[in-house]
Each structure stands twice: as structure tokens, then as C-alpha cells.
Design a protein around this ligand. Structure first.
Ligand code: XMP
Ligand code: MG
Length: 194
């Protein structure tokens, strides 16, 4: 385990099995349809790559980058699109893929935004969900794991851009994100929560 983390929350094997399960369910639900998977950069990248390789219906994918928080480390509810989709989604079956749903602010904004573009259907798939942190309701159709309110990293999830390449999901030691442990990434400031 990475020394900046206090424990493993989800092992590679647990994640692998869950991804297969989610992909099987998605493949059944979209049988005879063509799917457009929309990944939210950058946290969803690893999950999306594993998920789409287990989906058996014809599948395209595209990406959006959004920033849900301003300069402060607290959720502001302000969502900015940093990179939009490369293609239109009118008449298409769209599945948004996220790493984690926290307050729900990012996804509720994205759903409203994408709905105005006239997709045939619009659903959400997330690997992780922290229901205790929810501020706005979002209808999550495919949900990997419900977790407690810990700051987690690995398998795409980061702190200051680090740990995304770790193969399992781990709880980060609080002294790392609270700045107690001095290293370059911690000094650079906090990108997301907390
Ligand atoms: P919302 O809008 O639901 O935003 O609050 C979800 C986004 O917040 C980030 N996030 C985390 N990132 N470990 C992370 O690496 C966490 O525990 C965590 N909780 C929230 C993440 O970018 C997600 O897309
Ligand atoms: Mg994210």
C-alpha cells in the first residue's frame, strides 16, 4: 500500500468484479442500442477504460472536463465546463461515467446541461457514492460502491493530481491533505475537496 494512505478501502479484485457486474447490467439494459459513454475528466478515466472493455453493446466514448469548485476548497455549486464534448448527442443513448458522487452538484448541473441537447436517454454510472455528503438529489442508475465520508484516492481518484495510477482505492492519511506532511504536492494547494 502507498505510504501516504492509511488503509485499503477497495482491492483491485473487488473493483474488477464490480466493474464486470456493472458492465453486464449496462449491456443488458442497452441491448439493441448504441451507447455513448461520457467520461468526466480526469477521475473517471481508469474506471471508464475498464468498464467499456466489459460492455458488449456497440459503444462510443467522449469526455467532458468540468470544475465544480472555485478557488476555495468548499463546494460552491458553480460548475464550469472546461472541455465540452466533441460531438452532438441528439437522439443518442448517453451514459455519464463518474468516479465519485459527493455533493451531487457536478452531476446535477451536467444532467440539466446535457438534457437540453436532446439525447434519446441520459443515465449516470458512478464507481463510488458518498450519500452522506449529498447536497442535491441526483438519480444515479448504476452505482458501484456506497462509501463513508473518507477522502479516497487511487483507481483514477487523486489528491493534487497524484495517486490516480494506484490500482486499488485507499483512504488518504489526513496529515497528507491537511498539510501536516510536507511534500511538494501538498504545498501546491488543494485542487478538489477536502
Ligand atoms: P460533487 O459535485 O458530487 O463532485 O461534489 C464530485 C467530485 O468531487 C471530487 N471528490 C473526490 N475526489 N477523492 C477524490 O479524489 C474523494 O474522496 C472525493 N470526493 C469528491 C471528485 O473529483 C468528484 O468527481
Ligand atoms: Mg471527478
Amino acid at each position: 500500500m502507498h505510504p501516504d494512505c492509511e488503509r485499503i478501502l477497495l482491492t483491485e479484485e473487488e473493483i474488477r468484479l464490480k466493474v464486470k457486474e456493472l458492465a453486464a447490467q449496462i449491456s443488458r439494459d442497452y441491448a439493441d442500442k448504441e451507447l455513448l459513454v461520457v467520461g468526466i475528466l480526469k477521475g473517471s478515466v481508469i474506471f471508464l477504460a475498464d468498464l467499456v472493455r466489459n460492455i458488449s453493446v456497440p459503444t462510443c466514448f467522449d469526455f467532458m472536463a468540468v470544475s465544480s469548485y472555485g478557488a476555495s476548497s468548499k463546494s460552491s455549486g458553480v460548475v464550469r465546463i472546461l472541455k465540452d464534448l466533441d460531438q452532438g448527442i441528439e437522439g443518442r443513448h448517453v451514459l455519464i461515467v463518474e468516479d465519485i458522487v459527493d455533493t451531487g452538484l457536478t452531476l446535477s448541473y451536467l444532467v440539466e446541461n446535457l438534457k437540453t441537447r436532446g439525447p434519446a436517454s441520459l443515465k449516470i454510472c458512478t464507481l463510488l457514492d458518498k450519500p452522506s455528503r449529498r447536497v442535491v438529489d441526483v438519480d444515479v442508475h448504476y452505482n458501484g460502491f456506497k462509501i463513508e465520508d473518507h477522502f479516497v484516492v487511487g483507481y483514477g481518484l487523486d489528491f493534487n493530481g497524484l495517486y490516480r495510477n494506484q490500482p486499488c482505492i485507499m483512504v488518504l492519511k489526513p496529515d497528507v491533505y491537511k498539510g501536516g506532511k510536507k511534500h511538494d504536492s501538498a504545498r501546491a494547494g488543494i485542487g478538489n475537496r477536502p
